[in-house]
Design a binder for this molecule. Structure first.
Ligand SMILES: C[S@@+](CC[C@H](N)C(=O)[O-])C[C@H]1O[C@@H](n2cnc3c(N)ncnc32)[C@H](O)[C@@H]1O
Ligand code: SF4
Ligand code: SF4
Length: 437
């Protein structure tokens, strides 16, 4: 193959020399290999714009200089400076533009958000949830640790932190300060809450921050929500939280608070989902997240991930065969509602159709999907353990001791991505899936 390499030995400093080198490349090459650094990344943007014209090589490989310091640590040179431009290029350019490292592996851009759990404590007992703990875990990370992680994420080029994790985020008494701190670093913040801790004061404080808050509500009626979360008055409390947030947002001029409902579709509530979408809209929310219930667990055997379904819960919470006609009718109605409310419902029509198929057969083979967490997600749990996803019992060590940014493109993490690619679970978490493979 006719390959042209540019700037392999660095970018020449003499005025105009980099541009001359670029202009001198043979335009009939099959592949242009561009060794990127901060001195030539501007020119690279221009090259990619011009690349779409017919005169240029068929493909571009953008190569970042990288050293494998150890199995778990790879140092990518100038990464933080290059990430904002590489993200833009990656979004705009087609599949003919690849990201590579000098160590021979593909380069993976940082995840769009860092997910940090600051607390696992929660007082509710939702029938589908086994994430929470009922007393504070003494091994929970300190506030200073959480802030260091947010600093690290910002320096890496990540613009969003998700502070939900396993328990109730607003049971962490430092949560409002964490959000403020994250905003000052330029992070947008997302949290999902059961709504209990949202007093008028908390709502007002949230309206002053850049944060997307989702209140978990699992039914259009208070009774259905309470039957699922197992606590009296939980429905009233959750809608009260929505009301407080919506009013606080309206009072605060130019507020960057987004108020949403999050719901988990399951046997007890599926008939109410279209009505829930409408109610969320009437109550003044900005949107609704819908997600089907997941009752799968995973474990490792050697290099394989095994799937084990929670059969006891499935028997109680998964829509049963006799309800399938009603479930199909609900999805038909939801398609109509989606057309009515459009982007208010965050799930795309394709995702809604995936949910429908998932309730018929949740196997990966039937759904024809593969998990994307290896590229789009990275979490640190409340004990500081680095988790490629929350469903599998894995850890890449303690985030306070391991440099998270250097881990992401390491040999060890490349192996993790191969496990993710072959994972037989179908978690259905928002944005984890793409078609294919
Ligand atoms: C673990 S909770 C933590 C935040 C908060 N306590 C809440 O309930 O909003 C995060 C989200 O996961 C959802 N969830 C819990 N168990 C689930 C399951 N088995 N399948 C799908 N979603 C689930 C919850 O409803 C909630 O929207
Ligand atoms: S409120 Fe959230 S963390 Fe608590 S039990 Fe329900 S889903 Fe789990
Ligand atoms: S499908 Fe993805 S998110 Fe689910 S267990 Fe497998 S790797 Fe984790």
């Amino acid at each position: 193959m006719n390959i042209v390499a540019l700037f392999e030995n660095g970018t020449p400093e003499a005025p105009g020399a980099a541009l001359d080198a670029y202009r001198g490349i043979a335009t009939n090459a099959a592949l242009l290999r561009w060794y990127v650094d901060p001195a030539n990344v501007g020119l690279l943007c221009r090259a990619i714009r011009e690349f779409s014209s017919d005169h240029f090589p068929a493909a571009v490989e953008i190569v970042l200089r990288a050293e494998d310091v150890s199995e778990e640590q790879t140092l990518v040179h100038d990464e933080s400076e290059l990430v904002p431009t590489l993200r833009r290029l990656h979004r705009a350019a087609g599949p003919q533009v690849r990201l590579q490292m000098t160590n021979g592996r593909s380069y993976v851009l940082p995840p769009p958000a860092l997910d940090i759990s600051t607390n696992a404590l929660c007082g509710l007992s939702c029938s589908m949830c086994d994430n929470r703990v009922t007393s504070r875990d003494p091994a929970t990370m300190s506030s200073a640790d959480v802030r260091r992680l947010m600093d690290e994420a910002a320096a890496w080029g990540i613009g969003r932190v998700a502070l939900t994790g396993a328990g109730e985020p607003l049971r962490d008494s430092n949560m409002l300060d964490h959000i403020e701190y994250a905003n000052a670093l330029g992070h947008m913040v997302t949290i999902t809450t059961n709504g209990f801790p949202v007093s008028e004061k908390v709502a007002e404080a949230l309206a002053e921050r850049t944060v997307s808050v989702s209140v978990s509500i699992h039914g259009a009626t208070e009774e259905t929500h309470e039957a699922i979360v197992g606590v009296p008055k939980a429905g009233e409390k959750a809608w009260q939280a929505i009301g407080r947030l919506v009013r606080a947002k309206r009072r605060a001029m130019g507020s960057k608070l987004s108020v949403n409902v999050s719901t988990v579709i399951q046997r007890q509530n599926f008939r109410e989902i279209p009505a829930l979408v409408r109610r969320a809209r009437e109550e003044g929310c900005d949107g609704i997240n819908t997600q089907p219930i997941n009752l799968q667990h995973g474990s490792f055997r050697g290099d394989d991930v095994l799937r084990r379904d929670d059969l006891a819960r499935t028997a109680q919470l998964w829509p049963d065969r006799a309800q399938h006609a009603e479930l199909e009718a609900m999805f038909d109605e939801l398609d109509v509602v989606k057309r009515e409310v459009d982007s208010f419902m965050h799930a795309s029509p394709e995702r809604l159709s995936l949910f429908r198929r998932y309730f018929r057969d949740s196997s990966r083979a039937a759904l024809g999907i593969t998990c994307r967490v290896g590229e789009t997600f990275l979490a640190v749990d409340h004990r500081g353990q680095i988790k490629p996803c929350y469903r599998l019992p894995w850890s890449h060590g303690d985030a306070r001791l391991v440099h998270v940014q250097r881990l992401w493109n390491s040999r060890a993490y490349a192996r993790t991505r191969r496990l993710v690619d072959a994972c037989p679970l179908t978690c259905m978490n928002n944005c984890f899936f793409r078609s294919g493979k």
